[in-house]
Design a protein around this ligand. Structure first.
Ligand code: HAM
Length: 420
């Protein structure tokens, strides 16, 4: 038998029922970004390979979908948005008035082992603030995360934002006289996923003595800011927690030294968002990256931001029953008692001129069939184009949710739709 075409591994089809969920997520993402004053930008879905190699960190480079084009250029599908953002910012340099707050909802590609919460093609909301070293930028971003998760209907018992600092870690590793901290970060990032003996073995291999490993372990187990050794990194953390407390989000955040972040470019505060039971992969992650534009050959423009993926978020919303159940776009279904196609087209055209979303049968079928179609399409209201009492600008109607029936002009009908 001939094989039918198959969906590539780690990708998704979006049938209309799935698009409903996707549009709901995008719409709340976009509203939240605008509510916090971020402006939208976009870039290409593929970039020169070298934008990623050596700058994003080994894990992402190993996951690149890269290819050579017909002119022998080495290219890669974008696995994340931050290098593209850095490129855009470098190109405009001084033309951009700083600081500025931008957002984007890119489609991203990573050759990952497809598993729950991780796909090979996904979407990610990115919010970034460029051109300020002030910790208020971190507070703005983390407030935006908490605020948008509330907008989705989640509450502080559903998620937590774990916060740590690369700068604090760097200061601590320096005090331990660790020579190659960049070798240690990926290990600290994986620490809780590894066996204690393996973690210790890897640190010994990286040149740390048993005594230093013990000090490092004690440090990594700190759970309150007060326990941490004084330093610039710690005082930044304190300021950040105070700002977030003032904004009313203190119950959404916690100090979490296990948040290190796999990406190589972070230099300051780092954070990750998890479901409260930590059953799922991270919902979002981000941090400060003050040297990325310089590393890419441009002038220094400091940055901080985060990415929130659609996959884990949708899983969590589904678990909490917070996803839209029915279509919400169709306001009116127009029906005809006499199955008159002309009157249907005439009335629909009239409604659409007034920007009302409406639909009708494309076949001359009995009224009962038309009403079945109205229900199946999730219409809020049925308008009878040729009801006995319908005349110019006035129609017989029925609001499906409430059963309210009557004869009225459009404005009145739509009010009923809104309340229904
Ligand atoms: P990331 O931690 O690699 O950071 O990704 C952020 C979020 O994107 C993750 O927490 C997860 O929700 C989602 N995500 C990542 N990989 C996948 C995947 N394979 N399938 C589904 N979802 C995924 C970054 O990408 C940084 N560029 C974020 C950032 C922006 N940092 C500063 N600005």
């Amino acid at each position: 038998m001939k094989q039918t075409p198959q969906l590539p591994k780690g990708t998704r089809d979006f049938y209309p029922v799935d698009m409903r969920v996707q549009n709901h997520i995008f719409s709340i993402w976009r509203q939240a970004a605008l509510k916090f004053g971020y402006e939208e930008y976009e870039g290409p879905t593929f970039e020169h390979l070298e934008l990623y190699t050596g700058k994003s960190g080994e894990e992402i480079v190993a996951q690149l979908y890269n290819f050579t084009d017909k002119s022998d250029r080495a290219l890669a599908l974008r696995p994340e948005m931050t290098p593209t953002l850095a490129r855009l910012v470098i190109q405009k340099g001084n033309e951009l008035k700083k600081p500025f707050k931008w957002f984007s909802i890119p489609r991203l590609f990573r050759y990952e082992r497809a598993q729950k919460g991780r796909l090979r093609e996904f979407f990610q909301l990115n919010l970034d603030i460029l051109g300020t070293e002030n910790i208020s930028a971190e507070a703005d971003l983390i407030s935006a995360i908490a605020s948008m998760l509330f907008d989705f209907g989640l509450n502080e018992n559903d998620f937590t934002i774990g916060i740590s600092s690369r700068r604090m870690l760097a200061e601590f590793l320096e005090s331990l006289e660790v020579k190659n901290p960049n070798l240690i970060y990926p290990l600290l990032d994986k620490r809780l996923k590894m066996k204690a003996e393996d973690f210790e073995k890897e640190l010994l291999n990286a040149g740390l003595s048993s005594e230093k490993i013990k000090t490092l372990n004690d440090f990594m187990n700190c759970s309150s800011i007060e326990e941490l050794p004084e330093g610039q990194g710690v005082s930044e953390l304190k300021n950040l927690f105070e700002l977030l407390k003032a904004a009313g989000y203190e119950n959404c955040i916690n100090l979490d030294l296990s948040v290190v972040r796999g990406l190589a470019y972070y230099t300051g505060i780092v954070f990750e968002v998890f479901d409260k039971n930590k059953n799922m992969r991270a919902i979002a992650g981000g941090g400060r990256y003050d040297n990325l534009t310089e590393t890419l050959g441009g002038q220094k423009i400091t940055g901080v931001g985060f990415g929130m993926g659609d996959v884990v978020l949708a899983d969590l919303l589904a678990e909490k029953n917070l996803l839209p159940q029915s279509r919400s776009d169709l306001q009116v279904f127009i029906a005809s008692f006499s199955s008159d196609m002309k009157v249907l087209f005439k009335t629909a055209a009239e409604f659409r001129k007034k920007n009302i979303a409406c639909s009708h049968s494309l076949n001359a079928v009995k009224l009962t069939k038309q009403l079945e179609m109205a229900n199946a399409a999730g219409a809020k209201c049925v308008v009878f184009a040729d009801g006995e009492k319908s005349k110019d600008g006035v129609w017989e109607y029925k609001i499906l949710a409430t059963g309210e029936q009557g004869v009225a002009g459009l404005e009145h009908i739509l009010k009923g739709v809104e309340n229904g």
